[in-house]
Design a protein around this ligand. Sequence first.
Ligand code: NAD
Ligand code: ZN
Length: 295
Amino acid sequence: MSLQEVGFSPKIITIPAGESSKTLETVQVLWQGFLEAGLDRGSTVVALGGGVVGDLAGFAASTYMRGIHWVCVPTTLLSMVDASLGGKTGFDLPRGKNLIGSFHPPRLVLSDPQMLQTLPEAEFLSGLAEVVKHGVIADPGLFHMCAQGIDHVRENLAPLVKQAMAVKIKIIEEDPYEKGMRAALNLGHTVGHALELASRFRLRHGEAVAIGMVAEAKLAERLSVAAPGMSDKVAGVLSRLGLPVRIPTDLPREEIIQAMKLDKKKHAAAIRFALPVQVGQVELVEVRDLDLVLP
Ligand SMILES: NC(=O)c1ccc[n+]([C@@H]2O[C@H](COP(=O)([O-])OP(=O)(O)OC[C@H]3O[C@@H](n4cnc5c(N)ncnc54)[C@H](O)[C@@H]3O)[C@@H](O)[C@H]2O)c1
Ligand SMILES: [Zn+2]
């Protein structure tokens, strides 16, 4: 291992793959492993893996001996363009995802697109939905790159990852603690999370976000936030990449609306959506009448 060649003596801890590992039990395994490896306040943890590994290792590092440094080496497209950036770490409780966590940014994020060669196609596509999202939020050039189709995307992975990372970095630098525009990153996620829940996680996160982006673009048209044609434009790019754009017909509309209400912040009368105005621009809009979302 090259870390050894330059004089480090890394100790490796592996965890079972998947969201079901994102628990306090795994955090304890990490803390214990850190102790056994003799990590002290001057040590650094390297998270090599997808978003699950990053969230867990980052959280364990943020709490071990009141916080030690960590480095993030994301190995999925989603973790490169999204999870590794912004300093959110944490784990799930049986009651819900990401309920416990901290803000503890890594000292370094090292994204190497070559890592993605072994990533299963479905995981790659799921991450690509977030790339398209970043294009819609703030980078028309990135959106047009995605519009060229999956072969073009694969041939231009390095610039694509770099541009998609740049969108999130700019937003979190301006609003690190989600007081305002960081919520723009929720584009597609208000409907998307509801679809994930209503489908009992049969839909992957990226698939649900893709469908959610199109539904929210339609909402933007209905509210005259976007000009007619916006949702077709987004749907065209997503479906050319192989992502779904329509709500599966077997998902009851009522369950989706219920899930959106569940997701809503307590005491809020309205749900705040990040809606596209045009490619490269979003606006935060409060919506009270959820029938407008799924007429
Ligand atoms: N902290 C944040 O700001 C933030 C933002 C978005 C998402 N997340 C979190 O990220 C998680 C999702 O991340 P993810 O999509 O990377 O999923 P993941 O970490 O579960 O990885 C997906 C699958 O791909 C495998 N894998 C990873 N890299 C691979 C590679 N190079 N080759 C082959 N297989 C590989 C993993 O073992 C896993 O089975 C969720 O828990 C989500 O809550 C966090
Ligand atoms: Zn997402």
